[in-house]
Design a protein around this ligand. Structure first.
Ligand SMILES: C[S@@+](CC[C@H](N)C(=O)[O-])C[C@H]1O[C@@H](n2cnc3c(N)ncnc32)[C@H](O)[C@@H]1O
Length: 199
């Protein structure tokens, strides 16, 4: 898809010191669904280039903890001491243990803004994105504390409903939000699931 990278959200992010326009999507999710409390432990899957890390760090404050992972190397955020960034691929088994250790206790919030590399074939891309969301969901099952929150980017498509059903079964409330900062024509939206119920 052709889009103007330097649109209003991009410029706003630059002016306000956020590493990505994606920060405004998280801001809207938080405004509408109250994701964060000061002192929270937050996990951010697919965190590069770091806009969500910056926003989450501001919300949880210096006594909170924000652990991010991405398979791409990113510039560190030394000014945010509550943030730890891991280089790794969430599809690799060892990533889960590394995340658990970095968090130092169960997470209050698990976020995923992961997106697959697109092949251009709509169905293949949809299936890849579903796999990533399922992986993020499975990670939340292991690392979230009871009552915790899971928010993930999803792409609308034919097989989404089975996954949403599985997520709904483990959380007290789920809702879908399409933030204003989402590009026009994009099929992405966010699923926000609150009140995690461990098995
Ligand atoms: C849309 S970007 C995230 C933007 C981020 N929320 C921000 O505010 O800057 C999606 C990220 O997911 C990462 N990603 C995709 N698949 C991944 C995987 N299997 N493991 C780790 N990271 C992954 C990509 O490398 C990419 O950096």
């Amino acid at each position: 898809m052709v889009y103007n990278r330097k649109d209003g959200w991009y410029r706003k992010a630059k002016q306000e010191g956020f590493r990505s326009r994606a920060a405004y999507k998280l801001e809207e999710l938080d405004r509408r669904a109250q994701l964060f409390t000061r002192g929270d432990k937050v996990l951010d899957l697919g965190c590069a280039p770091g806009g969500w890390l910056q926003f989450a760090a501001k919300k949880v404050g210096p006594r909170g903890r924000v652990v991010g992972i991405d398979r791409l190397e990113m510039k560190p955020l030394p000014e945010l001491q509550q943030v730890q960034i891991l280089l790794g691929d969430i599809t690799e088994a060892e990533s889960l243990e590394r995340l658990r250790e970095a968090l130092g206790g169960p997470a209050d919030v698990v976020l995923s803004d992961m997106a697959p590399d697109t092949s251009g074939v709509g169905f293949t891309d949809h299936m890849r994105s579903l796999e990533l969301v399922r992986l993020a969901f499975e990670t939340s099952l292991v690392l979230l504390k009871p009552g915790g929150t899971f928010a993930a980017k999803i792409f609308d498509g034919p097989d989404l409903e089975d996954l949403v059903k599985d997520i709904k079964a483990r959380f007290g409330k789920t809702r879908r939000i399409r933030p204003e900062a989402t590009r026009k024509g994009s099929r992405e939206l966010y699923l926000v699931a609150t009140r995690f119920k461990p098995a």
